[in-house]
Design a protein around this ligand. Structure first.
Ligand code: UDP
Length: 381
């Protein structure tokens, strides 16, 4: 068993100049923190359907409240949380993801509220930013330490941004694979995985016969490859997810022509209990990715439902899938098809247990340590 599976969910990521972190599962005896969580403006927390970041924020807020911290959530309207909720804009903007008009407006309102709290004598100890690119770029303009979670990959577009702004604040990655792609290692302060509360997810003991793919319909996530695998093994494939702006053509050309409502079934965007049952009842979940997946929530959601994951060994898949226990890491479509019969022999209970590493209390403890370290660094500076 490697270090990640011993119950410490703050990955033992060692910065070049520091020692590995201590175990975080014991309760902290340090003072409670006043934490501002900054969610994106696009989708409410928790999300009604698609929304990986918003799921993470929802679980993290509740877990931090359970750890007795004072948590305020700045977010899209329609959000619910055990933290104090502050919707900032008049409506969510799921059709305008990454549009600067809404991000700038949302972030500037959040910064205004955070500074007003300080002026009124109740300053936050830390701001935890999950919101695109604006807060990190501006983090050295506010007096409160900021922790930024990198939710996307470090690629040719984002690396120059992080090379310049990564030093403004504490940067947390969501997998070792993602951290390894940072423009320079010293901008990454910590690695903390994304959370899932497996107790909220039903286990599928009696599996159905279908293969499942869930996500954004983009080439790198591989729905077109999932279709080829399903056809090769002659099994039903259920596809669920969203077609985001700029990806309509990919869907129309690579996916739509194969949907026949029998072998290849498209059920649109799913959420809530329906999504959970889709995961739990699937014979296996397909993850034929060709990109450096930063984390891949859909893999742990399948695991929570006791469903094996067949994944290409890209990005965080090698950290999330326990080869031979919660699924199989396979090199290509042919090997994925060949492994389909073996997936049915894996034990749903073991698969689900493999997701216990991502329990929200462990993730929150990891972030708590990141917040305290950020506050300390800021005080020293
Ligand atoms: N999702 C959903 N409904 C859909 C498609 C996706 O709720 O129709 C959720 C999915 O369950 C997961 C998230 O959206 O929680 C996607 O996160 P992931 O890390 O897998 O991928 P990302 O899109 O963030 O790269």
């Amino acid at each position: 068993m490697d270090d990640d599976r011993r119950g410490d969910n703050r990955v033992q990521y060692t910065r070049p100049s520091s020692a590995p972190g201590r175990s975080l599962v014991e309760p902290s005896s340090e003072p409670r923190l006043r934490i501002a969580i900054l969610a994106p403006p696009w989708i409410p927390v928790p999300p009604p359907g698609y929304g990986g970041i918003e799921f993470v924020v929802a679980l993290l807020c509740d877990a931090l409240v359970d750890l007795n911290h004072d948590v305020e959530l700045f977010c899209a309207p329609g959000s619910r949380s055990r933290a104090t909720v502050h919707p900032l804009l008049d409506e969510p903007h799921p059709e305008s993801i990454e549009r600067a008009l809404f991000e700038a407006d949302h972030v500037s309102r959040a910064f205004h509220a955070i500074e007003t709290a300080a002026r009124n004598g109740s300053p936050f100890d830390v701001v935890h930013d999950h919101c695109g690119y604006t807060p990190l770029a501006m983090a050295d303009r506010i007096d409160i330490p900021l922790v930024h979670t990198v939710h996307g990959p470090f690629d040719h577009e984002t690396k120059p941004y992080y090379a310049v702004h990564g030093h403004n604040a504490s940067v947390v990655c969501i997998s070792r694979a993602q951290a390894a792609m940072a423009p320079t290692p010293e901008i990454v302060d910590d690695v903390v995985y994304n959370p899932i509360d497996i107790d909220d997810w039903p286990v599928g003991w009696a599996k159905d016969d279908y293969l499942l793919w869930v996500g954004r319909f983009v080439a790198e996530k591989g729905p077109q490859r999932a279709i080829r695998v399903a056809k090769a093994v002659g099994r039903r494939l259920i596809l669920a997810g969203v077609v985001q702006p700029r990806h309509e053509r990919f869907f129309a050309e690579e996916i739509q022509p194969h949907i026949d409502g029998e072998q290849i079934v498209y059920v649109g965007e799913v959420g809530g209990v329906r999504k959970q049952r889709l995961f739990a009842d699937a014979y296996a979940f397909l993850m034929p990715i060709r990109w450096p997946e930063p984390f891949g929530m859909v893999m742990v959601e399948a695991m929570a439902g006791g469903t094996p994951v067949l994944a290409f060994p890209e990005g965080a898949a090698v950290e999330v899938v326990e080869d031979g226990v919660s699924g199989f890491l396979v090199a290509d479509e042919d090997e994925m098809a060949a492994r389909v019969p073996d997936a049915g022999r894996l034990d749903p209970l073991q698969i689900r247990r493999s997701a216990e590493r991502f329990a929200p209390d462990r993730i929150a403890a990891g972030y708590e340590q990141a917040y305290r370290a950020a506050a300390l660094r800021s005080a020293r500076a």
